[in-house]
Design a protein around this ligand. Structure first.
Ligand code: FES
Length: 112
């Protein structure tokens, strides 16, 4: 897994939702409840931009049709049968780092 430093955003405890790029991916970075979460920015339902959404009950809500996804796991709410990718986040020296596996690393893990 490779770790990518996210520039220009300091985790100061205030809530936020930002679109960022890391490791060739477009991510939805969410500051919520004094934690930072990194999730896929594209809604799997019909391609809505999740960075235009909002958080409620530890879920990220899509602004288009209001599907919701767990901030902790990316799992869609009951009845949706879908998920968004979720990535590990570390705070180092007051900077945000997101861990992203390469395609080959993901493939290797799938066959373990
Ligand atoms: S596009 Fe996100 S809920 Fe439909």
């Amino acid at each position: 897994m490779k770790w990518y430093k996210i520039p220009d955003i300091q985790p100061d405890g205030k809530p936020f939702i930002k679109k960022v790029k890391a490791g060739g991916k477009t991510l939805c970075l969410v500051g919520f409840d004094n934690q930072v979460f990194a999730l896929s920015a594209r809604c799997p339902h019909a391609g809505g931009d999740l960075t235009e959404g909002w958080c409620k009950n530890r879920k990220l809500i899509c602004p288009v049709h209001r599907y919701s996804y767990s901030l902790d796991t990316g799992k869609g709410s009951e009845g949706q049968n879908d998920y968004i990718e979720s990535y590990p986040v570390e705070i180092r020296n007051n900077s945000i780092y997101v861990g992203i596996n390469s395609f080959w690393e993901k493939l290797k893990q799938a066959f373990k």
